[in-house]
Design a protein around this ligand. Structure first.
Ligand SMILES: [Zn+2]
Ligand SMILES: [Zn+2]
Length: 158
């Protein structure tokens, strides 16, 4: 997502109407480029314009994706998220809280060997590094004794 004014000017130039709802969605995405879920975008929208439906938000996001302004990404079987960077990049994903961060490594050279492609026309790869973010890490190290006693409890029951 580019600057909201540049984006709306571009849409006007192409003869497309920018409704107040869409203008709000664009501004929210430009402000918060942190891979929000579609539901989170909807929540932020209704905080300002309470009558906007989830469907309207979906439609606006799909249109933005079609325009190449955002990508809707899904990591594992988690919720779909809005990636405000349309270029190819990798992600770090926290297995505990689901936080997603961008990683700038070139994955364009990552292709399966010809004999394993099974006739697929490959058009890309999603690279996700999974692990534990510092915030979830922090929680864990704050209560090491809880984990330990819980583990021992389980062992005793077995
Ligand atoms: Zn986390
Ligand atoms: Zn991203």
């Amino acid at each position: 997502v580019r600057d909201v004014d540049a984006l709306t000017a571009d849409l006007h130039a192409r003869g497309l109407r920018v409704t107040p709802q869409r203008h709000l969605i664009y501004s929210l995405l430009a402000e918060k480029p942190n891979h929000p879920t579609i539901e989170a975008v909807h929540e932020a929208v209704v905080a300002v314009l309470p009558t906007v439906s989830l469907r309207t938000v979906y439609q606006a996001l799909h249109d933005l994706e079609a325009m190449g302004e955002v990508r809707l990404v899904q990591v594992g079987n988690g919720p779909r998220r809005v990636d405000t960077r349309p270029d190819r990049h990798a992600h770090l994903c926290c297995a505990k809280c689901g936080r997603l961060h961008d990683v700038d490594i070139d994955v364009s050279g990552l292709v399966p060997p010809v004999e394993q492609r099974r006739g697929f026309a490959i058009d890309g790869a999603e690279v996700v590094f999974s692990g534990c973010c510092p915030m979830c890490h922090g929680d864990k190290s704050e209560h090491p004794s809880d984990d330990e006693s819980a583990r021992q409890e389980r062992v005793r029951r077995v």
